[in-house]
Design a protein around this ligand. Sequence first.
Ligand code: SF4
Length: 372
Amino acid sequence: MKNNFGLYLHVPFCASKCRYCDFYSFAGSEAEMDGYVQAMRKHFSAFSAQMAGRTADTVYFGGGTPSLLGEKRLTALLDGARAAFDLAPDAEITVECNPDSMSDSLLRGLRDAGVDRLSVGVQSAHDDELRLLGRRHTFAEARDAILRAQDAGFGNLSLDLMYGLPGQTAERFLESVQALLDFQPAHLSCYGLKLEPGTPMGRENPVLPDEDAQADLYLALCDTLRTAGYEHYEISNWAKPGFRSRHNSRYWVLSDYLGLGPGAHSLLDGRRFAFPRDLAAFCADVPPAPEETVAGFADWSEYLMLGLRTADGVRRAPFEDRFGRSFDPFAARLAALSPHGLTAPVPDGWRLTEQGFLVSNLIIGETLSAGE
Ligand code: SF4
């Protein structure tokens, strides 16, 4: 519904740093985690009046490693959110988890608190790849955590996988894909490894599979998941019918969300703001600041950019209603790529094909330039 919003809570703690990761997260002490929960509850109160009359129909604990907070703190956060905001009775409530912090008591506590969706970082079914990535778990430990989550009643599980790792062959990657499919998860997210400057892997700069090899891995993944009955609904996301991530889907249509926590971003009524990536500032009640807009990068371009990453694509009526500008020049650029198999029509609009997803940056850049 138009007046609904998504609530995102950023948890900045991780037991240790994965070797590829440049997110804002660090190993927090028990006292820092307690201070974070207290601060979050104060920020809930600060936004409560502004959000009155609106219903949160999705809640997403992202990080970092939210499961590291443990069931007591996560339950306290959910209770605080329920006291400050109107949470829909059927709200989708997701918690990101890592296998090494998915104890039975955490799983029971989350289920009893009304959490209905877990997103588990698995990344690979091969222990040598997990070690290379600096993950804290083996695949056997991930398998054990997933099976216990399913036993605890979590039918709506999303599993994360990575591809394009140094030395990764198609055969090994597809073994990982199959190992995850054996759990019959409702949802899969799969991202290519990027070497970020300032991370251990970025400094080591290992040779990754080349562009053609990465494209082959991606297309093999698409084929395998299609055959297994998954809908490829966003460039990096697949779901069994009825199990798209409702929360993440909001981002892709620029639907309102309130993000709380150090480094969390918000979009409310056309206004964007973000908290500094600084736990101490968050705990000291430093309010979020308006986000700087990149020059020449208007909401209409972000709407097209995000929409073209989804299987639903971009459509004339919502675009023209929202931004008051013609869709024609963008439609013409997208239509021109259709004979090459890169785009396909959807009712009243266009989407990228899986071949198109492979070169999405180029297509999106070309499409946006029609609006200049
Ligand atoms: S668990 Fe996630 S957020 Fe934490 S260090 Fe690893 S990749 Fe980064």
